[in-house]
Design a protein around this ligand. Structure first.
Ligand SMILES: *[C@@H]1O[C@H](CO)[C@@H](O)[C@H](O)[C@H]1NC(C)=O
Length: 234
């Protein structure tokens, strides 16, 4: 796939409070790739280390096989049939409410960029797998950066506390944008998730962004869902 240059001209760190488990399901489907790669932090520049991390993720399918074809389990013991169902011949996610709601900081990808990416993926896959792939809504493409609260370690907050968190995140975002990134490679994981893996050309690295968010959100769960600080994928 051609390299797509992407630039955010406006602060793009968006605060989302998701009431849907959908997001968690998506993470759980990706967990095997991030956990298997989280011990590969070595020496070299952040970009080199991230590149090696992506190498590991790219090997995942070869090493573990296409588990999704067998309806294999994800790391949270959810099988693919727990996550998706067939509706009118099309794969549809099974949505469940997250209780308590997740408070996630994500980098949002503008549809100006997400739509061409989605179209390219569709052109490549649909001739072979029509009806058996679920495509994420292009209005919702995002990079997961940092959780103020997640399903494994819920951090309950009232409206005022959430407002304070949002302001702290906003202050961080204002100093970190814009960010120029490039699509490094596309990886299909053994659990059947297609990931776009990115590198940073200029601007704050995700490692820095996460460190600043950690600082700004002292109550956030120690153990984050994106276990590898280098990782930067949609
Ligand atoms: C995609 O998400 C947007 C924003 O939530 C929504 O307005 C739109 O209806 C969704 N599109 C589809 C096809 O579900």
């Amino acid at each position: 796939m051609a390299r797509n240059k992407i630039q955010w001209r406006t602060p793009a760190l968006v605060w989302t409070s998701s009431f849907l488990l959908f997001y968690i399901i998506f993470r759980s489907a990706m967990n095997s790739s991030s956990s298997s790669s989280s011990s590969t932090l070595g020496s070299g520049s952040v970009a080199d280390r991230r590149s090696r991390l992506y190498d590991g993720m790219a090997r995942d399918l070869d090493e573990h096989g296409a588990k999704f074809l067998e309806g294999g389990e994800t790391s949270q013991s959810l099988s693919l049939s727990d996550l998706f169902e067939l509706k009118d011949g099309s794969v549809t996610p099974v949505l469940r409410a997250a209780n308590p709601p997740v408070r996630a900081n994500v980098l949002y990808l503008d549809p100006k960029y997400s739509i061409p990416i989605s179209q390219a993926v569709k052109e490549i896959f649909l001739p072979y797998f029509d009806g058996v792939i679920w495509f994420q809504n292009t209005s919702l493409y995002h990079f997961s950066m940092f959780h103020a609260s997640h399903h494994l370690t819920p951090v309950i907050a009232n409206d005022n506390e959430i407002e304070a968190e949002a302001n702290a995140v906003k202050a961080v975002a204002e100093t970190l944008c814009p960010l120029k990134i490039v699509l490094d490679r596309v990886v299909l994981t053994s659990t059947g998730v297609l990931l776009g893996c990115w590198q940073v050309i200029s601007g704050a690295d995700p490692v820095t962004i996460r460190a600043k968010l950690r600082n700004a959100l002292p109550r956030a769960p120690e153990k984050q869902l994106a276990r590898n600080l280098l990782i930067f994928y949609i």
